[in-house]
Every structure is written in structure tokens, then in C-alpha cells.
Design a protein around this ligand. Sequence first.
Ligand SMILES: Nc1nc2c(c(=O)[nH]1)N[C@H]1C(S)=C(S)[C@@H](COP(=O)(O)O)O[C@H]1N2
Ligand SMILES: [Mo]
Length: 214
Amino acid sequence: MPNWMKMIEAKVALAKRGARPSKAGDNPRIPPGQKEVYDFPILDLGLEPDVSPSSWNLRVFGLVEGELAYSWKTFNELPQVDLTTDFHCVTRWSQLDMNWRGVPARDVILRARPLEKAAFVTLHSADEYTTNLPLEALLDDDVILAHSVFGKPLPPEHGGPVRLIVPKRYAWKSAKWLTGIEFHEEDRPGFWEVRGYHNEADPWKEERFSQGNL
Ligand SMILES: Nc1nc2c(c(=O)[nH]1)N[C@H]1C(S)=C(S)[C@@H](COP(=O)(O)O)O[C@H]1N2
Ligand SMILES: [Mo]
């Protein structure tokens, strides 16, 4: 069995073990099939890259008029926002009221002036993880490039120095250790999306897997 299939199976097993799925009448902020947690679990491929702020770079490239490259210093000079959002992982945990600080994704993106035909984005991470979204989804005002959580710098295990946060999608779309935002004309499925995860990942529609729930 290929490694990625084992990873999906492990995630599904974890989901079945850990879940007391929410039912109608439970907290209306918890999407169907999710269970509330309070301890901000760590979930990734297990390959924590070594990204210090001084070596970190963010490239904004592809179908844009002006490619950009941010260093830690120039990134921190961008406008900052505080944002309280909910975080839903496909392995069935949800944490409410996460408190992030960072730069709105739209500010970073619009500064690069995407071309008319740029409709989709690949998010690139330092662990070689990728995920994909329509450009439009990244322009929502609740999507940020976060460098802090709960008032402290984002720890490396949670994707520091900078990660994406996309509250309206399952958390695998929220790329940790973000190093690149690439624009394309066509949609290019990312690491989990080519391995059976749903392309859209809306937790309210339970868009977990592309072939229904495994
Ligand atoms: N670069 C990278 N980003 C990633 C992942 C990963 O493996 N690599 N895992 C995703 C998944 S499946 C989840 S649930 C969240 C978990 O974020 P956390 O570990 O901060 O809770 O990160 C997402 N972003
Ligand atoms: Mo996840």
C-alpha cells in the first residue's frame, strides 16, 4: 500500500476513534461530524521543516504582473490584523475562537496584481506540501497569513513563522510554513487533493473526500 494511502487510513482511523460527532442541537458553530477540542492539536506530514524567520521567504509568483518576494522584515511591514476564527480539521476536531494575528491574504495577493486569467492558486510550503484554492477564496476578508496565535509567535509545529489560515475550509487548506503563492489559469490539485481529499473542503457540506466518505 502506498504511503499516502496509509496516511489517509491513519487519519480516518483517528477520526473514528476520537469522534463524538456533533448532532443537531449541539453547538451550532460545530459543523456536522466534528467534535470540539480545546488543545489545538498538531497535524502534518511529520516532516517539520526548519524555518527560522531570518531564512524565511515568501514568493508570490506565476500569473501576476509583478512577482513579489517578502523577507520576514518586509512581510512584517504590511498591514496587520487580529482575527478570531474557527478551525475545522477533516479528522473531525474543531477548535473555536482561535485568535490569529497576521496579514490579510488579499493585501499580499493584490500587491502582486494577478492577471485577469489567474483563477487558481497553489500554496507552497517548506515541507513540500501544497494545497490549492480558487483565487477568489483567498480574497475573503477572513483569510490571513498568520504569524501569531493567541498573542504569541506561531510555534514551528503549527507552521511558524508564517502559515495560511482559511477559516471557511477544512484545515488542510491552511498551509503551514508558507513559502509560496503561485497563480495559474487552471486548478492544480495539491498534496491531499490528488490523494482523495475533496477539492473544495467546505466543512459545513462535509466535503471530506472526493468519493464520498472513505
Ligand atoms: N505545510 C503543511 N501544511 C499543512 C499540513 C502539512 O502537512 N504541511 N497539514 C494540514 C492539515 S491536514 C491540518 S489539519 C492543519 C493542522 O494544523 P495544526 O497542526 O497547526 O493544527 O495543517 C494543514 N497544513
Ligand atoms: Mo487535517
